[in-house]
Design a protein around this ligand. Structure first.
Ligand code: C2E
Ligand code: CA
Ligand code: CA
Length: 507
């Protein structure tokens, strides 16, 4: 800033000196001309000489001015580059958060008709990559992401907004669909196989986009709208580009409503568990039930878990909800005529250092034998020994609790899971079952999973079975458990007064 002022001062001083020199030259020539004319008597030659003198000085001054201006311009550009480089993230070369934001705001301040495309990118599953390949693997992935952005959007301004989150400002884009295509191009490039820490990986990211002036009047609005779109993309399964739409503001209001009311619902005991039977090899005998949470809202009726679990996972609500589910499943167990009951545990719950301890306390309070419980976790849980998640799962194992990997095959680390962690049950993801038996690739994958599971002495449960053909095929593959609408839908259990009282006193 100070440097800009001193450069401006140099220009001003030059202009003042130039005007002075010009005035002096003109004065000297205008005074000197008539005097020399009086002496030698030729006034016209004197006037021409004076004119030429002034013109020559003027020319020299203009040339000097232009050269000085160019040099100052170069110095300014050099200084801007140095300043910008001082505000770059050392790993990726993207601008730091505060510099990126202030430059964006500064850039559009003097443009009344500014237009800009904006992308908010979030690398998917960076934590899993860090846990499985070390921090150098996570770093390499981020560098690769920014490299891809640079290749596809060479003129864009990129800022690192958080650990795995980046903002990209793109000028000269005429429409949101065009911006979205560029986002998809980045995702395609990221999805190409590459080697990180000597292992083949395919990276993925989620992108939210918004455009000014259509979506926003200022930079902050633009960023928060792209962020809402990004949030939507993450909730709908990641690895996608989502453009901001006005409806998302309604979703945001919905999110706030859920956060507020769910807290009250847990205390007021407005949650409920529905139970879906899981059948044994013969497809007729119930061997356990899966507990699936429901929210009986006094005004909105039944709210399904997909509408509130992802929101609960963003705060301690998921822990409160998880404790409630475990307590309730333990209390209900006596009324379930089955050897065991499964509950779903979110990867976020397993990240809490005191998870296993609280779990053990609830089991003890309910007098529940751990071997009657199955905990279903998804593949997003890191599988390396030594992580908090694994320590928690190991402690559950010590209580006799069995661990099932839910939605097996839906994530990107399925096979890694098979060798990484000792668990007891595989639940084949519904998406494989729905195409059976006609979908050849799915049929091959399912039978391969069953073979591997058999050789590792793991149980395999197939979920989402809706037709007799699917059931027969899965039986022929050697699945050991079956679950789906064909065999039994999730249904509520009638709660006795004693269970309701126990829950009310625990809340
Ligand atoms: P999930 O663990 O994969 O649960 C199975 C889901 O598939 C359930 O949906 C169930 O109703 C549905 N389903 C069962 N059979 C069929 C079928 O034949 N066809 C089809 N199309 N669907 C079937 P629901 O109850 O809506 O649960 C959705 C997800 O919410 C669950 O997926 C689970 O990830 C999560 N969830 C449910 N309860 C809890 C809970 O208490 N805690 C946590 N952390 N997550 C839960
Ligand atoms: Ca489940
Ligand atoms: Ca599942």
């Amino acid at each position: 800033m100070r440097q800009t002022m001193s450069l401006t001062r140099v220009m001003r001083t030059y202009c003042a000196v130039a005007v002075g020199v010009l005035l002096l030259t003109a004065g000297a020539l205008l005074l000197g001309g008539p005097m020399s004319a009086r002496l030698d008597g030729d006034a016209s030659i004197a006037a021409v000489t004076a004119g030429l003198g002034v013109a020559g000085t003027l020319l020299l001054l203009v040339l000097g001015y232009r050269s000085l201006r160019r040099q100052i311009g170069e110095m300014q550009a050099e200084r801007d580059t140095m300043l910008a480089n001082a505000h770059r993230d050392a790993l990726t070369g993207a601008f730091t958060r505060s510099y990126f934001l202030s430059r964006l705001r500064e850039d559009v301040k003097h443009e009344p008709d500014w237009s800009m495309g904006y992308m908010q990118i979030d690398m998917d599953h960076l934590k899993v990559l860090n846990d499985s390949g070390g921090h150098s693997a996570g770093d390499a992935a981020l560098v690769h992401l920014i490299g891809a952005v640079g290749r596809i959007l060479p003129g864009a301004m990129v800022g690192r907004l958080g650990g795995d989150e980046f903002g990209i400002a793109v000028r000269g884009i005429e429409s949101k669909p065009a911006l979205r295509r560029l986002g998809d191009q980045i995702l395609r490039e990221l999805g190409e196989p590459l080697q990180i820490s000597g292992r083949p990986v395919r990276l993925s990211a989620t992108i939210g986009i918004a455009m000014a002036p259509f979506d926003a009047q200022d930079v902050d609005q633009l960023i928060s709208k792209a962020d809402l779109a990004l949030y939507k993309g993450k909730r709908s399964g990641r690895h996608t580009t989502v453009a901001f739409e006005d409806d998302m503001l309604v979703d945001e209001r919905h999110r706030r409503f859920i956060e507020r009311d769910l807290r009250a619902a847990i205390l007021l005991n407005e949650l409920d568990l529905h139970y879906q039977p899981i059948f044994g090899r013969d497809g007729r005998t119930i061997r356990s039930y899966e507990a699936l949470v429901r929210w009986q809202h006094s005004v909105r009726g039944t709210i399904m878990p997909s509408d509130f679990i992802p929101i609960a996972e963003e705060s301690d609500l998921i822990d409160k909800l998880g404790d409630w589910v475990l307590r309730r499943a333990c209390l209900d167990f006596a009324s379930l005529s089955a050897p065991s009951v499964s509950i779903n545990v979110s990867a976020v719950q397993l990240r809490r250092p005191d998870f296993a301890e609280r779990f053990g306390k609830i089991l003890a309070e309910a007098g529940m034998d751990g071997s009657r419980l199955v905990v279903e976790v998804t593949e997003t849980v890191p599988m390396q020994a030594g992580t908090i998640e694994q320590t928690n799962l190991f402690a559950l194992g010590a209580f006799g609790v069995r661990i099932a990997v839910d939605d097996f095959g839906a994530g990107y680390a399925s096979l890694e899971y098979l060798r990484g962690f000792k668990f007891d049950i595989i639940k084949i993801d519904r998406s494989y079952v729905s195409n059976l038996p006609a979908g050849r690739a799915d049929a091959l994958i399912v039978s391969a999973i069953c073979k591997i599971a058999r050789s590792l002495s793991l149980e395999v449960v197939a979920e989402g079975i809706e037709t007799e053909e699917q059931l027969r095929f899965l039986q022929s593959c050697g699945c050991t458990g079956f679950q789906g609408y064909l065999l039994g839908r999730p249904a509520p259990l009638r709660v006795g007064a004693s269970v309701a009282r126990a829950l009310a006193s625990a809340a």
